[in-house]
Structures are given as C-alpha cells and as structure tokens.
Design a protein around this ligand. Sequence first.
Ligand code: ADP
Length: 247
Amino acid sequence: VVESDILLALEGVTVSFDGFKAVNDLSLYIQKGELRVIIGPNGAGKTTVLDLICGRTKVSEGSIQFKDTEVTRLKEHEIVRLGIGRKFQNPSIYEDLTVFENLEISYPKGRGVFGALGFRRSKDVIDRIHEIAEMIFLKDHLDTRSEILSHGQKQWLEIGMLLIQDPELLMLDEPVAGMSVAERVKTAELLNRIIEGRAVIVIEHDMKFVESIAHKVTVLHQGKVLAEGRMEVIQDDPKVREVYLGH
Ligand code: ADP
C-alpha cells in the first residue's frame, strides 16, 4: 500500500453512547479506487461508522483523516464539501421533478436554480447530466417524472444525484435492498464503473451482491474489526462463521 493512495483513514476511533462503545478503537484505511464492503450483524456499528465519517456523529476518541484534512472535529456540511457523498436507505429524490431536473438541481453550480425560472442551462451541465443518466441506466427516462420510476431506478437516480457532485468518497447504505435480481446485477455494474478515481464504501447484507462487487470486506462485530480481506478468505474464517454466518 502506497501511503499517498489512502483517501480515508480512521485511527483508533471510539464512540460512546452513555458509556456503551458502539465503535471501539476502530482503524480503517480506504484507498482511492477501492470498493469496500462493510458487513456484520445488526448492531455491529456499521451505520455509526458512516455517521462518524461524514461528521453526523462525533468521535469520542481517535481521529479521521480525509485526503490531507483532519476532519475529526469538522461539521457535517464542511466534510461533505470536501468531497464525501452519502446515500441513505430511503431515496431522497424529488418525486414531482423529472429525472433531468433531479440531476440538474444536484449539479453543484445549479443547486436550487431551476430551468423553468430562467436559469440558462449551460452545455456543460447538460452534457454532464446526459453522461450521468447513461451511467445510471436512465438516459431514456430523462423527462420521466421521478415518482413513476421503479424502486431500483429511484435508487440509481439518487446515486446519480451524488455522482454529479463528483465526490471522491461515496458511501452507500444497503443500495440493493428491495431491488430485483436484474437490478442488483446492474447496480454491481454501476458500482464497478464509478470507482475509478474515487472510493466507495458500501454497507450490505446481500452476500451474493457482496461477492459480485467487493474488493475487500471488513467484518464488524461489537464495534471492532473482526476480520478484513477478500470475500473468499473472510467466508472461511471461523471467527466470522461463528458470529456472522451462524455456523
Ligand atoms: P449496525 O448499523 O451495524 O446495525 P449501528 O451502527 O446502527 O449498527 O448501531 C451500533 C450500536 O450503537 C447499536 O447497539 C445501537 O443501538 C447503538 N447506537 C447507535 N446510535 C446510537 C445513538 N445515537 N445513541 C445510542 N445508541 C446508539
């Protein structure tokens, strides 16, 4: 590992909620170009780790570094501005807007400025919207009201709304929950396509999906890293089988 390739470093991070350590002395290093999946039983601390990275929850001990910046004490909006995008389980798209409009308002410069209100759409913005729409399998749906998209298409649109801001780190919480098999396959394709030049962290329960995307898997258990490595190796780890897979 070349140190300069590390995009995100958590070192000795602990967070206590009334004395209960939801994350306990956790160190985690994510490289550029990496697609890391975090798995672990309910309550293992997965969501809390993402909350810590984006500054929604503050660390009690330890430090978090993103690129050249120590973000440990920064506010959530300051961290997001440095280039971290986060997708929650429920899509937060504007249902009454079209796919195009949802992407347009997410474009950094066009934020909050609608075409209908006289904002002249520059060619750059339009090109970028088309590029993203193609990437998220929605190029034939640019004028579709988002409300009538399928559940999977809504999830892709939200990923597109993050991508158009060009984050260097993208964090996705169970991106394929509720998706059809075909949509899962396409989502894997999408994730493998977008990691170039950035890193993606995914929390996921669907093991088939994890196998299809993960470069490296981190297994969390009781706020600590129980195991870390390639899926093939992780699956055979007796510790993991015991706490997670139930063998
Ligand atoms: P996971 O995402 O792996 O299911 P979480 O990160 O949601 O786990 O939660 C880890 C543990 O921390 C759980 O026991 C949960 O109840 C606890 N926890 C999470 N957030 C809070 C909070 N804000 N206050 C108190 N306890 C919390």
